[in-house]
Design a protein around this ligand. Structure first.
Ligand code: ATP
Length: 235
C-alpha cells in the first residue's frame, strides 16, 4: 500500500467528529490526539455518551472524522478511497465485540478460518494453532450454542487475530462475563497484544480489568485524558 508514514499502530492527530445537521451538532470527538504503539494495550473508559464508540468507529475506518488525521498501520486514511478503506479494515484491523458475534452454524475452528477466505494478508496465522493459543483447541468442533460466554469470546478474539492485524479494536469484551472470566479474557488480550505486537484499543466499563492495560484513558465529552496510575496528561 502507498501513503506510508513511519509509525504503524494507530495515530490520531487533532481528530474531531461532529454528528448532526448544523442545527443541533454533537461534538462526539473533540480535538483528540492519541498514538497507540504496536504491542500496547490501551483502555478507554468514560461515561455513556462520552464518545467511546465514536473513537472506535473513527479508528476502525468506519467513520471519517470531520477534521484531523487518522493513520492505521502506517497508512493515512484520508488518502484511501472507499474500496481501499474496506481492504485496510479487512486485512489490517481486527474487531472484537461485546458479545462475540459468532455465526451460529459454524464450528469454532471455521469461525476462525472465515476471515482468511476474504482477506489478502501476507502473513496469516494458522487457525488451529491460534485456537490452541486462546485455549480452545479442545472445543474446535463446537458451535456457538455449545460454548460458554467466555469460550465464545475466546473464539471471537482468535477470529480477530487470524489475519495478523496491526490494530485490534475491542468493544466491551467482558460485558457478558463474570469476574473471573473477565480477568481471563482481558489477560488473554494483553498477552496477544504484547507477544504479537498488535496495537490494541479496548473500550470498557469494567474497572477490575484495567491492571492488564498499559495505559488507561478517560473520555469525557469527547476529550481524552490519561488516567493511568502515575501517568501525566496524554492529550
Ligand atoms: N449517528 C449519530 N448521530 C448523532 N449523534 C450521535 C451519533 N452517534 C453518536 N452520537 C452522539 O455522539 C455522542 C457520543 O456517542 P458515543 O456513542 O460515541 O458515546 P459512548 O461513550 O460510546 O456511549 P455508550 O457508553 O453509551 O456506548 C453522544 O452524545 C451521542 O448521542
Amino acid at each position: 500500500m502507498t501513503d506510508q508514514t513511519s509509525t504503524s499502530g494507530l495515530i490520531l492527530e487533532d481528530v474531531t467528529l461532529v454528528h448532526g445537521d448544523g442545527e443541533e451538532d454533537v461534538r462526539a470527538l473533540d480535538a483528540i490526539s492519541l498514538t497507540v504503539e504496536p504491542g500496547e494495550l490501551v483502555a478507554v473508559v468514560g461515561p455513556s455518551g462520552s464518545g467511546k464508540s465514536s473513537l472506535l468507529a473513527v479508528a476502525g475506518a468506519l467513520t471519517a472524522p470531520t477534521s484531523g488525521r487518522v493513520s492505521v498501520a502506517g497508512v493515512d486514511l484520508a488518502a484511501l478511497d472507499r474500496r481501499r478503506l474496506t481492504r485496510l479494515r479487512r486485512d489490517h484491523i481486527g474487531f472484537v465485540f461485546q458479545s462475540a458475534n459468532l455465526i451460529p452454524a459454524l464450528t469454532a475452528l471455521d469461525q476462525v478460518r472465515l476471515p482468511l477466505t476474504f482477506a489478502d494478508t501476507g502473513r496469516p496465522r494458522d487457525p488451529a494453532s491460534l485456537l490452541d493459543e486462546v485455549g480452545m483447541s479442545h472445543r474446535a468442533n463446537k458451535r456457538p450454542h455449545q460454548l460458554s460466554g467466555g469460550e465464545r469470546q475466546r473464539v471471537g478474539i482468535a477470529r480477530a487475530l487470524v489475519t495478523n492485524p496491526q490494530l485490534l479494536l475491542v468493544d466491551e469484551p467482558t460485558a457478558a462475563l463474570d469476574r473471573q472470566r473477565s480477568q481471563e479474557i482481558v489477560g488473554l488480550l494483553a498477552r496477544e497484544t504484547h507477544t504479537r505486537g498488535v496495537a490494541t484499543v479496548m473500550v470498557t466499563h469494567d474497572h477490575a480489568v484495567l491492571h492488564h492495560c498499559d495505559r488507561v484513558l478517560e473520555m469525557t465529552d469527547g476529550r481524552l485524558a490519561d488516567h493511568t496510575p502515575t501517568a501525566g496528561v496524554d492529550s
